[in-house]
Design a protein around this ligand. Structure first.
Ligand SMILES: Cc1cc2nc3c(=O)[nH]c(=O)nc-3n(C[C@H](O)[C@H](O)[C@H](O)COP(=O)(O)OP(=O)(O)OC[C@H]3O[C@@H](n4cnc5c(N)ncnc54)[C@H](O)[C@@H]3O)c2cc1C
Length: 298
């Protein structure tokens, strides 16, 4: 069993708590508790991992929690949040090397200010750089694989090394980071020279599109399901007659059926059960199996 005093000695007393509600750390704004919730920085992460390994205690790494749902029964382990302690940024010609905890919006803004083009697609994705590499996040024709040069990672034994983009097996919302329980520490993206005003205009246009099409007024984790080959999940769900369908406080968004939203104090169970109803109904009607994009933990 692990001991909070030992972790506090490593990360500082304010950076570890017990029985933390994950509703506070996920954009769904609901979910069970994490037994331990730890926010290390670049200097303390390795000691935390070494300690958890020594005690054989499970852990799970998160960024901004924008693609994550923690079951109401909670997570019996330590959640390690990679955000503010991993925020360094260095511009090297057309490349930016940034900490995995940096938000994509911030990195896109830095790129724009420096006349670097290529991160516009990511400016409205509400996640960290580490989460975006892990998920190979993408939007509006762009995805992380197109700009990524290398990542610095820590493996589950605490070893730190660099992997080039072509070693990450990046696919549609997939990378080897999630398969191998690696932790992204730092990311290098390579961009192109561009005009700051044009880049800004492109980001504003994409933000307006998002606002028009997506239910940003309610908590969610973005697209709930992956895009099945040859189809759009939102269209299948709409054609199955599920627009606005509710289960407890969870709802298939009326604005964009690809999003399940926390409409009114939804529990994680409400969301998971609605996901199941939607999956079953779409399969019965169209024979297409929807796969969750949102990561479910617990
Ligand atoms: C309104 C809204 C719109 C969205 N639009 C898009 C979109 O257009 N395109 C898109 O692709 N996604 C979209 N998303 C989903 C989400 O924002 C992305 O998947 C994002 O990249 C997740 O980053 P995160 O930091 O929040 O990761 P989290 O949700 O915290 O974690 C997601 C996964 O990444 C892993 N992870 C996170 N950080 C690290 C790290 N440092 N090292 C190792 N593993 C890590 C976690 O273990 C987990 O498996 C949207 C979400 C919302 C709420």
């Amino acid at each position: 069993m692990i001991d909070i005093a030992t972790i506090a000695e490593i990360v500082g007393a304010g950076n570890v708590v017990m029985n933390e509600s994950m509703g506070k750390h996920t954009t769904f704004r609901t979910g069970g508790n994490a037994e331990y919730f730890i926010t290390p920085d670049m200097d303390t992460l390795k000691s935390v991992i070494d300690y958890l390994n020594k005690e054989d205690y499970p852990y799970y790494v998160i960024g901004n929690g924008s693609n994550l749902l923690v079951k109401d029964s909670g997570y019996k382990g330590a959640i390690i949040r990679i955000t503010t302690g991993f925020n360094d940024c260095d511009i090297q010609g057309n490349a930016i090397v940034a900490g995995a905890g940096m938000m994509l919006a911030r990195l896109s803004a830095i790129a724009c200010e420096n006349g670097l083009k290529g991160m516009e697609f990511a400016s409205g994705i509400p996640g960290t750089l580490g989460g975006a590499v892990t998920m190979n996040a993408g939007a509006y024709g762009g995805e992380m694989s197109q700009v990524l040069k290398y990542v610095k990672v820590m493996d589950s034994d605490g070893n730190i090394f660099t992997l080039n983009a072509d070693e990450l097996n990046l696919g549609y919302r997939h990378s080897i980071i999630m398969e191998k329980q690696m932790i992204v520490l730092e990311v290098c993206v390579v961009l192109e020279r561009g005009d700051t005003q044009e880049i800004k205009n492109e980001m504003n246009e994409l933000a307006a599109k998002r606002k028009e099409k997506q239910p940003l007024e309610y908590p969610s984790a973005g697209s709930t399901f992956k895009r099945p080959e040859g189809y759009f999940a939102g269209k299948l769900i709409m054609d199955a007659g599920l627009r606005g369908k509710m289960h407890g406080g969870a709802q298939v968004s009326e604005k964009h059926c690809g999003f399940i939203v926390n409409r009114h104090n939804a529990t994680a169970t409400d969301i998971i059960e609605l996901m199941k109803e939607v999956t079953d109904c779409v399969y019965d009607k169209f024979g297409v199996k929807l796969e969750p994009e949102v990561r479910i933990l617990g």
